[in-house]
Write a new protein. Sequence first.
Length: 340
Amino acid sequence: MKILFVGKFIKAHSTHHYIVQEFKKKGHQVDCFDYRRVAYLNMRTKHPTYSIKLRIKFEMNIKRRIYLPKLIRRMRYYFFGNWKMNRQLLYLIKYNQYDLIILAKADCINYKNIKKFDKYSKTFYYFMDPLKIAHEMNAVNYASLTTWSSASTMAMKTLFKRAGANSYHVLEVYDENTYYPGEENKHKEIDVIFVGRGLPNRKMYIDFLRKNNIDVICHGPKWENKSIYFDELISKYRKSKVILNFPQVDSGFSDRVFHVLGTGSFLLSEYCSDLKRIFKRGIHLDWFKTPEECLEFIKYYLENDTIREKIAQEGHKYVSENFTWKHSVEKILEIVSESI
């Protein structure tokens, strides 16, 4: 197939790079359209710090105010190079005869243009964010207009279905060449760690654990330690006995779950219904529903190294055999293959 992938490629570790690589490994021709970069190149003022910060502030303020009239919210499609970027994308699609166009979030693409894309190609909307983001950017408009759509949570899939979308559940998974067990797994220096934003619910749990003499190391915004990424993050995961996870408010979980299990580490998560659909409790990972349960399980798993490590190993085996980008790309191809 000849595929156009519309996504973000500026960051070296963007998941979009991994997805494109998997399509290419399967013999498909893939052209990439970096909508953020193209929009930036079409801006009149190209001072990187000023223009990018101003654009983000403008777009975020409009997106987050879902009570604003649609006409005002659509303004983001016309400023900061987005209008010209949308025109370039339409021109590219019109003259290249793609078999499939994949829109990966693509929040700066004017969803009204999807009907124009459909004149030339089948379209697939790949959405990986939680419900809050979906409401902010009107993701249902994209999902309902594309030939197919997918969501990484069941709540999101249900939302798309209610809007009339042909929607599927395709998880945001992990790259096995980035997240994998290493020598550091043998040297567990950290008892409990959490990496992520310090949201109120998470702070409540961490405060409770610390008051009960559990030493939890936290990294990220609104915590005492800075955010960590990639090599440093992977090293911390491998060195930790218990890694905590707190899903955001809807039924799903983020790719952090796969990152942790990918490194061969033990994950203890706050419960969410999607976890129960995908994993077996006490086999691949474990979960809790209250601060008291969280404390009880942490004490148990810190005292039982053999049980904890066995679960970590089973979790790693399970995700490496079922939840890499290879598997997600195969699912997308399975969805579209009957029509293309």
